[in-house]
Ligand binder design. Structure first.
Ligand SMILES: Nc1ncnc2c1ncn2[C@@H]1O[C@H](COP(=O)(O)OP(=O)(O)OP(=O)(O)O)[C@@H](O)[C@H]1O
Length: 467
């Protein structure tokens, strides 16, 4: 199998000393960077750059023929899309300042530790990747069309926000940067992580780890693995989940519950792209895309000091916020139909017909457990179901008595009465509302009362008063 090229563009190393070219190539390869070209004759550089593959150049300054500063000027003028890192033998502040003025992205002295050079290269790669991804995101938003709708077949929705999120997912799926998925419990975060993984085209698996409740040592052991004898009881070496996810996706769920020491470990992993299995002093490379999810408000946690700011900023490079089910009521009938078919098939029954008032009833409920809760309700109803038409009873029981709910967004923005010349009286308005609620609920008073946000006895009293 041919190894994937990292990053997706080429990095060109330019120096007249072949030994330096070899040594830097090896250092970068150890950091997982293998898409490298080299040039020991600076006169070759313009032709190599004209092929359009190179986005980052590591440039020596003192070279025969075309000197480094002349090349730097040429690159800044003719290839503004390319970043140049100068790696010079000269430790002179004036030279460094001049190079930065000529457009260098960074400046390193050759004697500097290799680690610092690698960090500089990783920073440049990250910046170029983000630039490309931002471009992809705006292209997607403008084109407003999905390229791979098949990746979303398991995510039932017709909601505009959700469809917009699908477009965003297509744009960021191939990124190597972390992705943060937030949203209430049961809203579909793991389902979305799976769609991202499918679209990433990664050859490895998706490995999901729920990190809630893991103490720091268990967290490190689970993710990083250990060598034999790392601690009492570690009789066998164990691969960590990061290694299990090689060439695939590591999905860390409930990230908002991670302890501070584990947050530090995760940040280091993301920044340096490497980790140490417990008991080992040989680093391993992170070769998986990291997706994290939480139902918690990470911003609020960060403000309270319970979540590290640097990690929060690192994680939210790409972010998806999934809306709760109550904010997409149009999805309720679709999901109902989908889960009825799914439940009937798994329970070996014929798909029941839902009473037409059911979707109305469900729209009055706030679904704190979101889609998972709706799914469980439907499975429950189908399992006790005998007739052709599904009974409303299990649903009415599950959602409990009506509670005050915020008015629908449309009613908040626009007062329905504002266009009327004569305002109806309270009594008239209430009568009209009751009539409409009864029509929508097919005459079912329980549902009508829920739609009106009043108790059933209160509705019944009002109806008898009407005569
Ligand atoms: N749009 C959808 N279409 C079909 N099924 C869905 C949809 N969204 C969620 N589900 C289903 O609802 C259940 C909960 O989804 P999922 O586990 O992805 O939620 P979550 O946000 O990750 O939950 P938690 O915060 O508890 O981890 C799963 O069975 C999933 O398949």
């Amino acid at each position: 199998m041919t190894e994937a090229l990292v990053p997706h563009f080429s990095i060109l190393l330019v120096d007249d000393e072949p030994a330096w070219l070899r040594s830097v190539s090896l250092t970068l390869a150890r950091a997982g960077i293998n898409n490298i070209l080299t040039a020991s004759d600076s006169r070759e550089v313009p032709e190599i750059l004209s092929r359009g593959q190179v986005r980052l150049v590591l440039l020596d300054l003192t070279m025969p023929h075309l000197p480094g500063e002349a090349l730097l000027t040429m690159i800044s003028e003719q290839h503004p899309e390319i970043l140049t890192i100068v790696v010079s033998g000269m430790n002179q502040i004036e030279t460094a300042v001049r190079c930065m003025r000529l457009g260098a992205f960074d400046y390193f002295v050759k004697t500097v530790e290799e680690d610092r050079l690698v960090t500089g290269v990783l920073r440049a790669i990250r910046m170029l990747e983000l630039e490309r991804e931002n471009q992809a995101i705006s292209d997607r938003i403008l084109s407003n069309q999905l390229r791979h709708p098949e990746a979303f077949v398991n995510i039932v929705t017709a909601d505009r926000t959700m469809l917009g999120i699908f477009g965003y997912i297509e744009a960021v799926a191939v990124s190597r940067q972390p992705l943060l998925i937030t949203g209430e419990s049961g809203v579909g975060k793991e389902l979305v992580a799976r769609a991202v993984h499918t679209l990433s085209g990664a050859s490895g698996p998706l490995v999901a780890v729920n990190v809630a409740g893991l103490d720091d040592t268990v967290f490190a052991d689970t993710l990083f693995g250990h060598v034999r004898g790392a601690y009492t009881g570690a009789e066998q070496a164990r691969r960590g989940m990061i290694e299990e996810a090689t060439d695939g996706t590591l999905f860390l769920d409930e990230i908002g519950d991670l302890s501070i020491p584990s947050q530090v470990k995760l940040l280091r992993l993301l920044q340096e792209g490497e980790y140490f299995p417990l008991g080992s002093d040989r680093p391993k490379r992170l070769k998986a895309r990291v997706i994290v999810a939480t139902h918690r408000d990470l911003k609020a946690k960060e403000e309270q000091g319970a979540f590290r700011r640097d990690l929060f900023y690192r994680l939210r490079t790409h972010q998806i916020l999934l809306p709760p089910l109550r904010e997409r009521p149009g999805d309720i009938p679709l999901l109902l139909d989908y889960f009825l078919a799914e439940a009937a098939e798994s329970l070996g029954k014929k798909k029941p017909t839902p009473p037409k008032e059911l979707a109305q009833l469900l729209a009055t409920y706030s679904f704190p457990g979101n889609i998972r809760e709706l799914r469980a309700m439907v499975y429950d109803a189908v399992s006790v179901h005998r007739e052709r038409i599904l009974s409303l009873d299990t649903f009415i029981k599950a959602i409990g008595p009506a509670k005050e709910q915020p008015p629908p967004a449309a009613a908040q923005d626009h007062n329905l009465f504002s266009g009327l010349e004569r305002l109806p009286t309270f009594g008239e308005a209430a009568d009209l509302l009751v009539t409409e609620a009864l029509a929508r609920s097919g005459g079912n008073q329980t549902i009508a009362a829920r739609l009106l946000g009043i108790s059933q006895p209160a509705l019944s009293k009002r109806l008898s008063a009407r005569g």
